[in-house]
Design a binder for this molecule. Structure first.
Ligand code: APR
Ligand code: PHB
Length: 390
């Protein structure tokens, strides 16, 4: 097989890149190790920056986001028993959309199938080669048959555990990592959300988050030990712990119900540099991970492929490699801003083993400063809603 861009991974990064390239008339093949149902079955976050919504529109899948997504002009910080609203719209003129990553993936998959674009699911033993030469190769086995794709470029959108970054020689890449000493126990339930907007809670018992997928489906999280086990938590135990960590005004409005999904997510900050190796580009979780506190994971994956699609349009459309040359630096500038914000917000809202009484008072002082200062809450708002793609 021959194509222009071979994309490894059919997560949001790979699928969005495929859609943007299709719109630009650039041929691409996606190779995914799992089945489409498996990819769709993964429960992930769901807060979209305006920049991500713009890219989904560019890719031709903006319709359902606008029809079913929930526009949020702000968020609530809960601490000291009270609620404090951060008004994104007033402070930045921008807002976010609450729309599940699963739905983004579903829309992109449906559009790709409808356009009849080549996607190989359940591809085994995926391997890449010659990405530092003129004709990179992707090979894989499907139903016992070995296939080879010759291409101009490889897009490694294969996530943190993917083959692309793992295929790089040790010295070619530098990684930066921070693992947090706690996890997030998350519950998805078909109950109406307790609040209009998201609530991020700093509490002596640990962090809690009230989020949502729709007016009838909610997503809640509580900070837990990183070695905890979701099976140890009954639904009742989860709801009780959640309510303990919320101000009374919110706790009394939490509607409980059976969990559809209950799991623990580890918290980690990770960046791999650079993100281009000859004709191989890394994008999304293949190159970086953020703790979910800042809701940046999906948005960073989208901006990476936004830059990559732009570079590919310039290469094929204008015979210019300026975008290709600048890809890694452009992505990393945006990634480190999001990494800093996500680390800062995580540090502010969680209780660490060594936080102690002094640390708790410092967190409180910073929260009081944050909600009392237009400059400080504007900085939070600006980072949360995200910046336009530079
Ligand atoms: N060969 C083919 N496909 C692979 C391989 C491989 N060797 N390894 C992994 N994959 C596939 C995975 O099965 C997955 O479907 O690559 C895809 C990577 O998708 P994601 O992990 O969702 O990563 P990405 O598309 O970058 O999306 C990032 O996902 O984890 C969230 O918070 C994160 O929201 C962010 C988003
Ligand atoms: C979610 O809805 O799952 C969610 C929202 C905001 C976050 C993290 C997760 O910061």
């Amino acid at each position: 097989m021959r194509t222009q861009v071979a994309i490894i991974g059919a997560g949001p990064a790979g699928l969005l890149l495929g859609a943007l390239l299709h719109r630009a008339g650039i041929a691409a093949v996606i190779v995914e190790q799992r089945s489409a149902d498996y990819v769709l079955g993964r429960i992930r976050a769901g807060v979209l920056e305006q920049t991500t919504v713009d890219l989904l529109e560019q890719a031709g899948v903006g319709e359902r986001v606008h029809a079913e997504g929930l526009r949020h002009d702000g968020t609530e910080l809960a601490f000291g028993g009270g609620l404090h609203r951060i008004d994104f719209q007033a402070l930045t003129g921008r807002h976010v959309m609450v729309y599940g990553q699963t739905e983004v993936t579903r829309d992109l998959m449906a559009a790709r199938a409808q356009a009849g674009l080549p996607t190989w699911y359940e591809a085994e033993h995926v391997a890449i080669a010659d990405y530092d030469g003129a004709h990179p190769l992707v090979s894989f086995t499907k139903d016992g048959v070995r296939h080879e794709i010759e291409c101009d470029f490889i897009a490694g959108c294969d996530g943190f555990h993917g083959v692309c970054r793992a295929s790089l020689p040790a010295g070619a890449i530098t990684t930066y990592e921070k693992v947090y000493p706690f996890g997030w126990l998350g519950v998805l339930a078909d109950v109406p959300p307790a609040t209009e907007e998201l609530v991020y809670a700093n509490h002596p018992r640990g962090f809690a988050l009230c989020s949502q997928r729709s007016r009838t489906r909610s997503r809640y999280y509580v900070q837990c030990a990183s070695d905890d086990n979701a099976a140890r938590w009954s639904d009742d135990a989860f709801w009780d712990e959640l309510r303990r960590r919320l101000p009374d005004a919110v706790a009394e409005r939490v509607v409980t119900g059976p969990s559809l999904e209950k799991s623990i997510a580890p918290l980690r900050s990770f960046v791999a540099e650079p993100m281009r190796f000859g004709r191989l580009f890394l994008a999304g979780d293949a190159a970086h991970i953020v703790p979910p506190t800042g809701a940046k994971g999906l948005n960073l994956a989208a901006s990476d492929v936004g830059y990559l699609a732009q570079a590919m349009r310039e290469h094929y459309g204008e015979r210019s490699d300026a975008g290709i040359q600048a890809y890694s630096q452009r992505c990393l500038a945006r990634i480190w801003k999001a990494e800093r914000f996500s680390w800062w917000f995580t540090s502010l809202m969680h209780r660490f083993p060594d936080t102690g009484e002094f640390g708790a008072r410092i967190q409180r002082a910073e929260l009081d400063y944050l909600v009392g200062s237009t400059a400080a809450s504007t900085a939070l708002a600006e980072n949360y809603v995200g910046l336009p793609l530079a």
